[in-house]
Ligand binder design. Structure first.
Ligand code: ADP
Ligand code: ASP
Ligand code: MG
Length: 401
C-alpha cells in the first residue's frame, strides 16, 4: 500500500471554492495510485475567532475546556471535506484525533504527542481510499481533548506520516509555493528555495518563520520523513526538506526569519550577587514561561540591569510572577513594540564575518539594535517594530539572497 499524507492549512480550506481545489489535489494523488491521508486545519480565521469567543466568556478560560472548543474548528473542516469527497464518488471517512487515537500529554493548548496508534488508520485504508483527519488535536490517556499549539496541524501531519511507517511521504500544502528565503509578504525579493536542510528549517521555524510549526520539523528529522512544502493554488513542485549535504554548507546564509511575537522585560538596578539570576528565572520556569534572549549589563556600584524577552501572550503572567517573587530591584519596565530578526544558515558554522556584516548593514540603514544573540547557525537582533520591514529587506540584500 503506497500512502501519501497531504496536509492543507487554514487558507486552503477557507471556503467551498478553496476546498474544491483541495479536492482536486487529493483526487490527483488517488489517481496516481496512493491511499491518501488528508490532514486538515480549521477554516481560515476560525481558531482565532473561537479564541476570541472564549475570552468574551471568561477572563481566564479553563485551558482544558478551551481545547474542547478549539478542536471544533478542525472537526468542521473534516466533516465538510469528507462530504465533498463522497459527492465525487470517493470512498472516504473522517477521523478526529481521539478516534485514531493520537495520544498526547496533558499540556492543554500546547500538548506534545506521546503516541499514535496507526493500526486503526491502516485498517481503515483497507476499506476507504481517503481518510480525512483533523489536525492540531489529540487526547490524553484519560480521555481529555488536547490541542498541539498554534500551527499544530503541520505536526499532526508529519507525525502521522512517521507513524504510518517508512516510505510514507508528507506534503504540506499552504498558500505560498514553498519555503522562501524570507517571508514573501514582507520582502518582494524573497524567492523560493528548492531544498532546505532539516536543521536550517528548524532554525528558521524557531526564529519565527511560521510556514512550518517547529515540532513538525523536529519529528521529520527524527523519523526521516520526506516533507515537501507546496501550494494548494499552483502546480509548483515546492520545497523539499532533506538531510544536510556539502553543497548546503557552502552557502553562508540561507534565510532571514523574523518574529513579531516579542516582549521585553527589564529589571532595573538588580542587586549584583550570586543567585540573583536564579531568583528571577526559576519562578518563570516553574510557571512554564519560555524566556528567549537574556542580557545582563556590566555591574556598577553593586547593581546591574537584567533584560530578557518572552512571548507577548506571556508578558502579563511574567510580570505577575516576578511581582510575587519579590526580586531585589528598583523597578520593572516592559515593552511590546519590538520584533526579532534573524539571519540563518548552516554555512555560518565554518565561515566567519557574518555578524560584522549584519551589524554593519543594519547600522548603515539606521536600524537600532536593542539586543543581540547568536548561535553557531544564526544571528538574531531585537529591533523596534517600526524598523522590522527595513531590517529584513536590508539583510536579505546584504547576503544576496
Ligand atoms: P497554513 O494556514 O497553510 O498553515 P501559515 O499561515 O501557517 O499557513 O504559513 C504560511 C505563511 O507563512 C505564508 O503565507 C507566509 O506569509 C509565511 N512565511 C513566513 N516565513 C516564510 C518563509 N520563509 N517561506 C514561506 N512562507 C513564510
Ligand atoms: N487551526 C490551528 C491554528 O490556527 C492549527 C493549524 O492551523 O495548524 O493554529
Ligand atoms: Mg500553519
Amino acid at each position: 500500500m503506497r500512502i501519501l499524507v497531504q496536509k492543507f492549512g487554514g487558507s486552503s480550506v477557507a471556503d467551498l471554492e478553496c476546498m474544491k481545489k483541495v479536492r482536486a489535489k487529493v483526487l490527483a494523488a488517488h489517481e496516481e495510485g496512493y491511499k491518501v491521508v488528508v490532514v486538515l486545519s480549521a477554516r481560515y480565521g476560525q481558531t482565532n475567532s473561537l479564541l476570541e469567543r472564549a475570552y468574551q466568556w471568561s477572563d481566564e478560560p479553563d485551558l482544558a475546556e478551551l481545547d474542547v472548543l478549539l478542536t471544533t474548528g478542525e472537526q468542521e473542516s473534516v466533516a465538510l471535506f469528507a462530504m465533498l469527497l463522497k459527492d465525487a464518488g470517493i470512498k472516504a471517512r473522517s477521523f478526529l484525533g481521539f478516534q485514531i487515537p493520537l495520544i498526547s500529554d496533558d499540556a492543554f493548548g500546547n500538548a506534545r504527542i506521546d503516541e499514535i496508534d496507526a493500526a486503526s488508520l491502516r485498517k481503515a485504508l483497507e476499506t476507504y481510499d481517503v481518510l480525512v483527519v483533523a489536525g492540531f488535536q489529540g487526547r490524553t490517556r484519560d480521555m481529555r481533548l488536547t490541542t498541539l499549539g498554534r500551527g499544530g496541524s503541520d505536526t499532526s501531519a508529519v507525525a502521522l506520516a512517521a507513524a504510518l511507517g517508512e516510505g510514507t511521504l508528507c506534503d504540506i500544502y499552504t498558500d505560498v509555493d514553498g519555503v522562501y528565503t524570507t517571508d514573501p509578504r514582507l520582502c518582494k525579493d524573497a524567492h523560493k528555495v528548492d531544498r532546505i536542510s532539516y536543521d536550517e528549517m528548524l532554525e528558521m521555524a524557531s526564529m519565527g518563520a511560521k510556514v512550518l510549526q517547529i515540532r513538525s520539523v523536529e519529528i521529520a528529522e527524527k523519523y526521516n520523513v520526506p516533507v515537501r512544502v507546496r501550494s494548494t493554488f499552483s502546480n509548483d513542485p515546492g520545497t523539499l526538506l532533506t538531510k544536510e549535504d556539502s553543497m548546503m554548507e557552502s552557502v553562508l546564509v540561507s534565510g532571514i526569519a523574523f518574529d513579531k511575537d516579542q516582549a521585553r522585560v527589564t529589571l532595573c538596578d538588580v542587586r549584583d550577587r550570586p543567585g540573583i539570576a536564579a531568583s528571577i528565572f526559576s519562578p518563570l520556569g516553574e510557571a512554564g514561561i519560555v524566556v528567549d534572549m537574556i542580557i545582563q549589563t556590566a555591574s556598577r556600584d553593586g547593581v546591574t540591569d537584567m533584560a530578557f524577552t518572552v512571548s507577548r501572550k506571556d508578558l502579563k503572567r511574567t510580570l505577575d510572577t516576578l511581582g510575587k517573587a519579590n526580586v531585589e530591584c528598583s523597578h520593572i519596565e516592559s515593552a511590546q513594540n519590538i520584533s526579532k530578526v534573524s539571519v540563518v544558515g548552516v554555512g555560518m558554522r565554518n565561515h566567519s564575518g557574518a555578524a560584522g556584516r549584519v551589524f554593519n548593514a543594519l547600522y548603515k540603514a539606521g536600524v537600532n539594535l536593542i539586543m543581540i544573540s547568536t548561535s553557531e547557525v544564526k544571528i538574531s537582533c531585537l529591533v523596534d517594530d517600526a524598523d522590522l520591514e527595513l531590517a529584513v529587506n536590508v539583510l536579505h540584500k546584504e547576503f544576496n539572497l
